[in-house]
Design a protein around this ligand. Structure first.
Ligand code: NAD
Length: 337
């Protein structure tokens, strides 16, 4: 059994903890938090051992009536691997801790690519992470783009990708984020950082991205244009993408017109936290004009990276190849709408 430590039990960390627990070859050794809150309470209710991430604040947990199993150092020392799901930039600060205990670590998309040996997307470059000690699971947007680009590159070759990312202002729990009544070019400079981030996954990919932020919390929306190396029929692209286990092609018959209904659908089918681990591509939007492919896809920012973290654990520890890991993760989590 792979013993997994999770440092940072917030939006991403708590989801990764549940996904790891669902794996037949993994165990959650414990989760670390900086302070008591509702997530610390539910961690204990779910029988996860809770560790204090900051020693000086450990007393706060006792004051809140929450039992602590020890300092985060004990957790890191005992684990086979750490999933660092702390806020952007904190992962970099934690790297020395993981090195001190010689424990391999996964970081999240908020960290810089140069912190790690490789960035990771299971469908695109699983093998690059095999045996690495420090690996970054790329952001929600980069994950979403990589999952579509990988099969297109393999099937047709990709000359150029252009993507406009209409990004949610904040996650539902991020009460301080915005905008609340505006549409922002964000970042206003072009290209946005997302394109270079996708290039950390693919060698020699030509991609430009533009970012915007809107008053929404549910999901991101990508408007994608890919110039392929061959003339392709839209029906063939639909068939190709439909084969991909982490791409959900929304059929016209479902009458899902946006993120709101997608989330409603996720709730109706009983998804935990209404999570949508798959890219949601509107099937009708898949169109071609000569070598140019166009489509719209919705990306659930809080959850699409979760199965990727599970696969990255197996990659780093050399426990499975890409196909085996993706299949097992999908089956145990229930990925595939
Ligand atoms: P979050 O704020 O929801 O959760 C982070 C957790 O880490 C919180 O519980 C916080 O208290 C805890 N924490 C803070 N400092 C810590 C420390 N020193 N040690 C241990 N824990 C600490 O953040 P998040 O949204 O889960 O983001 C985590 C990472 O995942 C970031 O790199 C982010 O860029 C990336 N990411 C976020 C999303 C998203 O939409 N939320 C999507 C993909 C990737």
């Amino acid at each position: 059994m792979i013993q997994v430590a999770i440092n940072g039990y917030g939006t991403i960390g708590k989801r990764v903890a549940d996904a790891v627990r669902a794996q037949p070859d993994m165990e959650v050794l414990g989760v670390a938090k900086t302070r008591p809150n509702f997530e610390a309470e539910t961690a204990l209710e779910k029988d996860f051992d809770l560790y204090a991430a900051i020693e000086e604040r450990a007393g706060q947990f006792a004051e809140a009536g929450l039992e602590i199993a020890g300092p985060v150092e004990d957790l890191v020392d005992a684990a086979d691997i750490v999933v660092d799901a702390t806020p952007s930039g904190i992962g970099a600060e934690n790297k020395a801790l993981y090195e001190e205990y010689d424990t391999p670590a996964l970081y999240q998309g908020g960290e810089d690519a140069d912190l790690v040996e490789t960035s990771f997307n299971a469908r695109s470059n699983f093998e690059d992470a095999v045996g690495a000690d420090h690996v970054r699971v790329v952001s929600c947007n980069t994950t979403g783009l990589s999952r579509v680009i990988a099969p297109l590159r393999e099937a047709y070759g990709v000359e150029k990708v252009r993507a406009t990312l209409v990004r949610r202002g904040g996650d539902p729990g991020q009460t301080g984020r915005g905008p609340i009544n505006d549409i922002l070019p964000n970042p206003v400079t072009i290209p946005s950082h997302h394109g270079p981030d996708v290039e950390t996954i693919f060698d020699d990919l030509d991609i430009d991205t533009l970012g915007m932020k809107v008053p929404a919390t549910l999901m991101h929306m990508h408007s994608l244009n890919v110039t392929l190396e061959a003339d392709v029929d839209a029906a063939d692209v639909r068939e190709l993408l439909a084969e991909e286990s982490r791409l959900f092609l929304i059929p016209e018959s479902m009458a899902i017109d946006g993120s709101g209904k997608l989330k409603e659908y996720a709730m109706d089918v009983g998804r935990p936290r209404a999570d949508i681990w798959e890219n949601c591509i509107w099937e009708e939007s898949i169109s071609t004009v000569g070598r140019d492919l166009y489509l719209f896809q919705g990306i659930h920012q809080e959850s699409d990276v979760v199965p990727e973290n599970v696969d990255a654990i197996r990659a780093v520890l050399g426990e499975a190849d890409a196909e085996e890991s993706i299949e097992l993760t999908n089956e145990t989590m229930g990925v595939g709408l």
